[in-house]
Design a protein around this ligand. Structure first.
Ligand code: ADP
Length: 259
């Protein structure tokens, strides 16, 4: 969306706070992501990265601040300056515009790869079965699994299952893709094939927010790296710059530990 010379970011998060009981997990996160931008969220375990992703697509409701995706205020409607929670049905509509890939692949075990990918377009969007299956096949080819369409999840490796999960998210034509440590449950030799698919997606112009510990991926693919610790953004910037010359001690300590 363009107003004059000002291009509105696809994701616009302002002062987002989230707590679980007394545990303040997000302490005022600001983040803008432009359309087509790839942002990697780095930071130690427990710093709130997953929670922030889940807040963006309303798997968690926030306690303060606001998040817009493509101009839509997530989870709320603004009635004359007062925010009202959206009903679940409207939240589901908003969530449908956002693809999410989890650490665990969560495929339906009783469905083939093709059926897993075609399921939501048919049942949620009302796409015709033939069209959905044709599109699913194209997507599975795109993630290198054209010859695995009729396999069940148990017959696929972890890397293949995760690629099916990516194809399944893409089948809904999301505006934004969120990845929550998509390779951390994989055997090391299977990590590369999933990162390759993500790299191609990034090169194709998809807007992506990726929580990952894969520093090489962040350095090579991300447009920006955002480093979080203890519920705040500590620093952010051009990946090579942040990784080679972190400004903050917390970033330095974290990078020393994982590099
Ligand atoms: P990260 O992704 O950076 O490892 P998380 O967002 O998973 O961090 O977790 C941040 C903090 O929030 C942790 O202290 C975690 O225990 C807590 N937390 C996350 N989800 C829940 C939940 N559903 N209920 C209670 N506490 C949670």
């Amino acid at each position: 969306m363009t107003t004059g010379t000002h291009v509105q970011p696809l994701v616009h998060a302002v002062n987002v706070t989230k707590r679980f009981g007394d545990n303040k997990v997000l302490k005022g996160i600001d983040l803008d992501v432009r359309e087509g931008e790839v942002v990697c969220l780095l930071g130690p375990s427990g710093s709130g990265k997953t929670t922030f992703l889940r807040c963006i697509n309303q798997l968690e409701s926030i306690n303060g601040g606001r998040i817009w995706v493509d101009g839509d205020l997530m989870g709320y409607e603004d009635r004359g300056g007062t925010l009202h929670h959206l009903p679940d049905r409207k939240i589901a509509d908003q969530r449908r515009e956002i693809g999410m890939v989890f650490q665990r692949f969560n495929l339906f075990p009783h469905m083939t790869a093709l059926e897993n990918v075609a399921e939501a377009p048919v049942h949620v969007k009302g796409v015709g079965k033939k069209q959905a299956r044709d599109e699913a096949r194209t997507l599975l080819e795109r993630v290198g699994l054209g010859d695995r369409c009729d396999h069940y999840p148990a017959q696929l490796s972890g890397g293949q299952q995760q690629r099916v999960a990516i194809a399944r998210a893409l089948a809904m034509h999301p505006k934004l893709m969120l990845f929550d440590e998509p390779t951390s449950a994989l055997d090391p030799e299977l990590v590369g094939e999933v990162l390759d698919v993500m790299r191609e997606l990034a090169q194709g112009g998809m807007t992506m927010i990726v929580v990952t510990h894969e520093i090489a991926f962040a350095r090579d693919v991300a447009d920006r790296v955002v480093f979080m610790d203890a519920g705040v953004v500590v620093e952010q910037g051009e990946p090579r710059e942040i990784i080679a010359r972190p400004q903050h001690e917390r970033t330095r300590t974290f990078l020393r530990r994982i590099l």
